[in-house]
Ligand binder design. Structure first.
Ligand SMILES: [Zn+2]
Length: 250
């Protein structure tokens, strides 16, 4: 099975030099397809992929996710869209057509949920699908350097992280280690989803997805500029553990 973490393994070598890409010339990368390496003379940084960026628009990328999820629900197969791709061809670079910020929950792997193969999705996963600066930086890299036209924030039903945030509010639960810090960003969504003092979990999951999507656009100047230039859409979705369907909020 080649569906799981292969993309990250392939990505790591090119990410190591990302630090040499200045904020300003990241957008230059969109136009010229190469990155000037500040402080490294004329040696090009390897952060940029030599592959042509996806030709899909945000709308086409979203349609591809919807079709992939429909195929997943119908057959549940993990098959690279368009047929098997020899792994070796991906060593040249990557050109993902979408970024997915999803929950770490083991039942929600985006490659499976959207029937996609290696090199197609740039994936960030953290419990509760929240967006800290590391996640936002990863999104910026995928958008500005790799040319992804779509960001999907994907929550899911029965999310334990959202439930935990609910417990913090309802009974003041204190979690060990850094778990409390992990759920803290979800608390505002939980508060919005309360009715008569009780949290409605499905509403809280959806509210959290909406909050995170809005936060990404608000916190990242780079993302906001790409949206204004019609080069990017940030959308939300909720995966249903019971039937495999993604409820697209766009
Ligand atoms: Zn979850």
């Amino acid at each position: 099975m080649v569906c799981s973490m292969g993309g990250f393994q392939l990505m790591e070598p090119v990410m190591t030099n990302l630090s040499v890409v200045s904020r300003r010339n990241v957008f230059g990368t969109l136009a010229c397809g190469c990155v000037a390496a500040a402080g490294l003379g004329s040696r090009p940084a390897r952060a940029a992929s030599p592959l042509a960026k996806t030709s899909l628009s945000a709308e086409e990328a979203l349609a591809k996710l919807k079709a992939g999820n429909a195929a997943f629900v119908a057959g549940g197969a993990c098959i690279p869209a368009g047929g098997p791709v020899p792994i070796s061809t991906l060593s040249a670079g990557q050109a993902p057509f979408a970024v997915v910020l999803g929950c770490s929950d083991s039942r929600t792997p985006p490659e499976h949920v959207f029937t996609t193969g290696l090199g197609e999705l740039f994936i960030i996963r953290v419990a509760g699908n929240t967006a800290d600066t590391t996640a936002i930086g990863s999104i910026e890299y995928a958008v500005a350097v790799l040319g992804a036209p779509l960001v999907m924030v994907m929550g899911h039903s029965q999310c334990g992280a959202v439930e935990a945030a609910g417990e913090v509010i309802s009974v003041g639960t204190q979690f060990p280690g850094f778990i409390g810090d992990m759920v803290q960003p979800i608390v505002p969504a939980v508060l919005r989803a309360r009715r008569d003092g009780h949290m409605l979990l499905d509403d809280a999951v959806r509210a959290n997805v909406e909050d995170v999507a809005a936060h990404i656009a608000r916190a990242s100047e780079l993302v906001a500029e790409a949206i204004s230039a019609n080069k990017l859409r940030v959308v939300g979705g909720v995966y249903n553990l019971a039937n495999g369907k993604v409820d697209f909020l766009a």
